[in-house]
Design a protein around this ligand. Structure first.
Ligand SMILES: Cc1cc2nc3c(=O)[nH]c(=O)nc-3n(C[C@H](O)[C@H](O)[C@H](O)COP(=O)(O)OP(=O)(O)OC[C@H]3O[C@@H](n4cnc5c(N)ncnc54)[C@H](O)[C@@H]3O)c2cc1C
Length: 319
């Protein structure tokens, strides 16, 4: 596209979770005049939760939506502009890059993509009704609320073992409910969990309903082999059947791993110069607001360096 045909943004940030908004704060303060395409779920995953007790700086904790509103206001204070739409496609082979949102076609010299990930749920009405009232998809975030209590973890992969391992240190008992009779998790993780005295396994079993009105009181289970229905009283249910990174619009454009996470080089770089990544869409390990925010900060620094290098005359680049 000819630069005169449409105004080219210096930097577009896609996503407005902790990664995208932190990148925006740093980039705006660094005079990069960022435009944030915030997504339909502006504010990201933390808008789906209540108490956030582990984000530094809030000694009494803070509600997830309030934290995200504060981050957005902070970015706006430095004149960050926002569009509350999803990006539907990108052309990263074009220069400048082309970004198609739901209603606009935009172009940019550089991009930070911070579209996060979504926890996968069982798909039960009762599970959705009791989210934040005993149903969680994050042990590190919510485990503390179940100190000394009995909880169940659903799943048999690495995520489930990590969640169970974390919860076993806090809870009276952790019951792992798995629909098969063998775990998919790496043996080292599975063994670690199996040796915990307060962890039990319920094999060949699916959760068919989460019980409770105002808070979780138990789960209704179905044996996948016999069809037998039973009830298990618990105080909390951790669904740990994986996460899906929001990267569908990046297929064919960036290198993704077998689970759809973006493959990054070093901290935030991709194979395409000028395209940087921050947060949960590349991070299947830590998945925390503070680590996503940290990645956003790093991406903003890397972009600044990239854009500065672009301005340098070629003869000055030899070192
Ligand atoms: C229920 C729950 C409770 C949690 N509690 C805590 C906690 O207490 N402490 C903690 O540290 N972490 C917690 N987490 C984890 C934390 O929310 C995430 O690690 C963090 O939000 C990741 O930040 P992110 O910016 O990478 O992505 P996200 O927060 O997922 O934000 C992604 C952003 O990208 C946007 N987006 C997605 N697709 C597109 C698209 N195509 N176009 C444009 N925009 C798009 C979304 O609308 C959103 O704005 C919790 C998560 C959940 C689900």
């Amino acid at each position: 596209m000819n630069r005169s045909q449409a105004e080219v943004e210096k930097l577009i940030i896609v996503g407005s979770g902790p990664a995208g908004l932190t990148a925006a704060i740093y980039a705006a303060r660094g005079n990069l005049n960022p435009l944030v395409i915030a997504g339909r779920e502006a504010g990201g995953q933390l808008t789906l939760t209540t108490d956030v007790d582990d984000f530094p700086g809030f000694e009494e904790g803070i509600q997830g939506p309030e934290l995200m509103a504060k981050m957005r206001k902070q970015a706006e204070r430095f004149n960050t502009r926002f569009i509350n739409e999803d990006v539907v496609s990108v052309d990263l082979k074009a220069k400048p890059f082309v970004i198609q949102s739901e209603s606009r076609r935009l172009t940019a010299d550089s991009l930070i993509i911070a579209t996060g990930a979504s926890a996968m749920w069982l798909g039960l009405d009762s599970e959705q009704r009791l989210r934040g009232k005993g149903v969680s998809a994050c042990a590190v975030c919510d485990g503390f609320f179940f100190k000394g209590k009995v909880v169940a973890v659903v799943g048999g992969g690495d995520t489930a073992m990590r969640e169970a391992n974390y919860l076993a240190k806090l809870c009276q008992k952790v019951i792992i409910i798995h629909r098969r009779d063998v775990l998919r998790a790496q043996p080292v993780l599975a063994e670690l969990v199996k040796t915990k005295p307060n962890v039990e396994f319920v094999w060949n079993t699916e959760v068919v309903e989460v019980l409770g009105q105002e808070k979780v009181t138990g789960v209704k289970l179905k044996n996948t082999q016999t069809g037998q229905i039973s009830e298990l009283p618990i105080d909390g249910l951790f669904v740990a059947i994986g996460h899906k990174p929001n990267t569908d619009f990046l297929k064919e454009q960036l290198e993704l791993n077998e689970k759809g996470y973006v493959v990054v080089e070093g901290e935030t770089r991709t194979k395409i110069p000028g395209v940087f990544i921050a947060g949960d869409l590349a991070d299947y390990r830590y998945r925390q607001a503070v680590t996503a925010a940290g990645a956003g900060c790093k991406a903003a620094f890397d972009i600044e360096e990239y854009l500065e290098a672009m301005k340098l005359p070629t003869e000055g680049n030899g070192g």
